[in-house]
Design a binder for this molecule. Structure first.
Ligand code: 5AD
Ligand code: SF4
Length: 368
């Protein structure tokens, strides 16, 4: 197969995706990224949107084998950000023209948590008369809960499927009945039914994951009418079962990390080429593997950045993986640093705009 022939095609198929994802040659990767950036220019423009990312609590009832804040990690102190601090950060986002705020936490399904988030949404929507877009990332919930939170005023929800392969999913999660791929998938459908703009994503470079799996992930986004994609390389966390296994097997060398980074960028590019009009995040995990990881993703078709607005004293307690960047920076530093990164690649920031996915409006009413 010849990369130029594939890049000129109007619609790629799975075989093309596998081929593109597997490119390692520098010139071929460059051609792939340039083609994806051209599609971004055509469908989105050279504009990148900010979502302030506020990690407000690291309490989690789940025990995902890869994650640093899993329930059984007793090394990490648990925190809840005081309500007033959250509201102050939300006001900061509004005043600094971040179009939108993303509230993320570990997963809890108790009524106290559900009601707390609901009232938080209402308070945040009062800021600037509803001007701040609001995204939630609080895990698996019932359709009733998703409805309550939507009715309170949030409108975008991120829930990663982690991998579209149920067998691979099973190797990454405890088999205790509480970590089921089908439940995760049903949640995505419930979110779409409730009216949310739905985002999902996967981890890239997982042990046992093939290029076919990754191509299937992209097909999964399309089949489920996904408006936003947030995906990033798998990064080892030292105090997790999966992290220990990967390290003990000698599979977290510098070369392994470079490989996961390249695969991560290839995935961004292939997803942009295939889905065209969705929002794609340049995730922080990319930067954990390379200082310029996020810029590389923007140049390969991503259009969303999520500067950290987590209250500074809690940042070290929200480490899903090792080497999380920006731990020491204040939200002001993150704002400037990222604006510089955007300008460095010739893009501009969509200040004060919600930056909703064009896909959502192009496909309203499609089955998801
Ligand atoms: N490496 C990369 N991403 C991770 N996540 C959790 N742990 C890791 C890790 N070790 C991602 C998962 C989850 C999101 C909140 O963070 O995809 O859905
Ligand atoms: Fe909890 Fe999410 Fe981490 Fe799983 S990935 S342990 S649900 S915070």
């Amino acid at each position: 197969m010849d990369i130029q022939t594939i890049l000129q095609k109007d619609q790629l198929n799975k075989e093309d995706l596998v081929f593109l994802l597997g490119r390692t040659d520098r010139a071929e990767c460059q051609a792939l990224y340039e083609a994806a950036y051209r599609v971004k220019l055509e469908y989105i423009g050279n504009v990148d949107y900010y979502r302030g990312l506020l990690e407000f609590s690291n309490r989690c009832i789940k025990n995902c084998l890869y994650c640093g804040i899993r329930r059984d990690n007793t090394e990490v102190a648990r925190f809840d950000t005081p309500r007033e601090d959250i509201l102050q950060m939300a006001r900061w986002c509004f005043e600094n023209q971040y179009g939108s705020l993303c509230l993320q936490s570990g997963e809890r399904q108790d009524e106290a948590f559900i009601a707390y988030v609901e009232s938080l949404i209402r308070d945040i929507k009062r800021i600037g008369g509803g001007a701040l877009g609001l995204t939630l990332c609080c895990g698996e919930q019932t359709e009733e809960t998703y409805r309550r939170w939507y009715d309170a005023g949030a409108h975008r929800y991120l829930l990663r499927i982690e991998t579209s392969n149920p067998r691979l999913y099973a190797t990454l999660h405890p088999q205790d009945g509480h970590h089921q791929w089908q439940v995760r998938k049903d949640c995505l459908a419930a979110l779409a039914r409730t009216g949310w703009q739905v985002g999902t994503g996967v981890m890239i470079g997982l042990p046992g994951q093939t290029l076919e799996d990754l191509a299937d992930d992209i097909l999964f986004y399309q089949e489920n009418n996904i408006a936003m994609v947030g995906m990033g390389p798998y990064v080892v966390h030292h105090n997790t079962p999966l992290g220990n296994e990967v390290t003990a097997a000698g599979r977290d060398t510098r070369r392994d990390r470079e490989e996961r980074l390249r695969l991560g960028i290839n995935m961004v590019a292939a997803t942009r080429l295939y889905l065209k009009d969705v929002n794609i995040a340049a995730t922080t995990a990319l930067q954990a593997l390379h200082p310029l990881g996020r810029e590389m993703a923007l140049k390969a078709g991503a259009n969303i950045l999520m500067p950290l607005v987590t209250v500074q004293r809690y940042r070290t307690q929200y480490q899903l993986y090792d080497n999380k960047p920006c731990l020491e920076d204040s939200q002001d530093e993150c704002r400037h640093c990222l604006a510089g990164r955007v300008a460095s690649i010739g893009d501009r920031v969509g200040w004060g705009e919600w930056g909703d996915s064009p896909h959502f409006f192009n496909h309203l009413g499609d089955k998801g």
